[in-house]
Structure formats: structure tokens, C-alpha cells
Design a protein around this ligand. Structure first.
Ligand SMILES: [Mg+2]
Ligand SMILES: [Zn+2]
Length: 200
């Protein structure tokens, strides 16, 4: 390493539901007791930590704006706290920060993925984030499209809605840079890309 470079110049943005924790049928994960980590998720986060990456969760939570979901902002936070505790418990992994869009799908807010508002919020808080040194990992087209709009590299996991999304995007200009089985494999391709492109 040569002089003065921030130690966390790589940022990895992770989707939450379907990428780190299991999706559930409507009304989805609306309380801490329903949180189940996906295979490889805790280990993937830990590996990203060990690589010196900053790990930021970016999540659409339109359920907060829909009374039928029985999800308040406080309950959403409790779910994420439980997720972080399980990641720590299982693998010693750490999420550095989290940004959430609480708005309804049809609200046309600037932050619901595939828009980039959550990423821009994170760049306000961490001004050293650079899209060309960032990765976006998720299971939906909205995650991949947001990553591309940001100018980041994109990783589609085949957990959650990943298999359907892989089919949807294959061969289109919106195809992700990598398709992987789970977050642990995602961490590995990010490590390989870092080495190949000398990103750190
Ligand atoms: Mg998802
Ligand atoms: Zn929003």
C-alpha cells in the first residue's frame, strides 16, 4: 500500500431481504423472531470485513408505508438489529451501516431502488465512497439496475428471487457483472475483482 489511502476504499452495498435474510410470504419479515440468515450470508459479511471493505446495507422497505404489513420503522429496525446480532454470533461479521427507503412503491421517491438515493445518502455520510470502487449485491433486478445507475460493479446472488432475476436479465444490457450462489461466493468474486483490478 502506498501513502495516505483510506483503508476502506472498497464499499460493498448489500441488499437485505433475499440476500442476507430469507424472504417470507406477505407480510414478509416484520418482526425479529422471523429473521433467518441465508446460507453463506454471515460468512460472506465476515469475509468482506476481513478484506477491509466497508459493508453497507441498502434496503427497500415499502411495507413500512403499508398498514397491512404490520411493519413500522421501529419494527424494521428491530429486524435489522436481530440480523446483525445473528451475523455477529454466527461468523463474527459486522454491518457498518444501513440505509432504508420506507416509502410506498408508487410514491416516486428518489430513494427506492432502482433509484440511487440510498447510495447518495451513504456518500454524504462517507464522502470517500467511490462508485468505481463499489459493488452492489442483491437478488432483484432493482438492485442490479441501481448498481449500474450508480456506476458500480454488480453481483446477483441466486438466493431469494435471484434465480428468476438471473433469467430475466441474462443477455440484456442490464445483466449483472457476476451471478453467484450466495453472499459468501459473492465476497469471493469481489475479492478476486479487487485483486484483478487492483482496487485497493
Ligand atoms: Mg432483495
Ligand atoms: Zn424512498
Amino acid at each position: 500500500m502506498s501513502g495516505g489511502v483510506h483503508t476502506k476504499t472498497l464499499t460493498v452495498f448489500l441488499d437485505r431481504d433475499g440476500t442476507i435474510i430469507e424472504n417470507l410470504p406477505f407480510p414478509n419479515v416484520n418482526e425479529p423472531a422471523k429473521v433467518r440468515l441465508l446460507p453463506g450470508a454471515a460468512e460472506g459479511v465476515r469475509q468482506l470485513n476481513d478484506m477491509g471493505c466497508r459493508v453497507i446495507v441498502v434496503t427497500n422497505q415499502a411495507g413500512i408505508s403499508n398498514p397491512e404489513n404490520d411493519l413500522t420503522y421501529e419494527r424494521y429496525q428491530a429486524v435489522s438489529e436481530r440480523m446483525r446480532a445473528l451475523i455477529e454470533e454466527r461468523a463474527g461479521g459486522r454491518i457498518d451501516d444501513e440505509f432504508c427507503c420506507p416509502h410506498a412503491r408508487d410514491a416516486n421517491c428518489p430513494c427506492r431502488k432502482p433509484r440511487t438515493g440510498l447510495f447518495l445518502q451513504s456518500m454524504q455520510r462517507y464522502p470517500d465512497i467511490r462508485p468505481d470502487r463499489s459493488f452492489v449485491v442483491g437478488d432483484r433486478a432493482d438492485d442490479i439496475l441501481a448498481g449500474k445507475a450508480l456506476g458500480a460493479r454488480t453481483v446477483l446472488v441466486r438466493t431469494g428471487h435471484g434465480p428468476a432475476t438471473a433469467e430475466e436479465l441474462a443477455g440484456t444490457p442490464n445483466a449483472p457483472d457476476w451471478v453467484v450462489e450466495d453472499l459468501l461466493q459473492g465476497a469471493r468474486v469481489i475479492g478476486d475483482a479487487r485483486d484483478t483490478h487492483k482496487l485497493l
